[in-house]
Design a binder for this molecule. Sequence first.
Ligand code: TYD
Length: 135
Amino acid sequence: MKTPRILQLPRIGEAALGYISVLEQKDPYLPFEVKRVYWTYFTPNHVERGQHAHLQLEQIIVAVSGIIDFTLIDRAGNRRDYTLDTPDKGLYIPGGYWREIRFSHNAVLLCLASAVYDEKDYIRDFNEFIKSGKP
Ligand code: TYD
């Protein structure tokens, strides 16, 4: 089963010169073909974004700047928190997880996604999301 997990990405370089992190399509820990890249920024830190699930979409999220806290909830209602606090960590999110996202004031969220934007892939009602997991 596909489950969320933190990916440790390569960190090339040294403190005196700075670093490069990289994801390539051939990397075994990139478990889907990237069809879309987007980024979010200037989110005030009292705002919680997310509040939706995706049916099929798979994503890898990187906090390229700042700190981003994710709460992921599965269809059984189990919650798990993840903190992205360094640009060499990625959060893999398969389809079927509700997410709540909080940002530090300087955060930039980079998302690699497995499909182009499709509103039909969203579930934006939490009760509907939980109900979709019941037989
Ligand atoms: P949404 O995915 O709900 O973002 P968040 O969870 O961060 O609040 O998207 C917010 C709006 O942006 C929504 O109207 C759809 C639009 N949008 C696109 O048009 N293309 C995209 O690739 C994304 C991610 C969002």
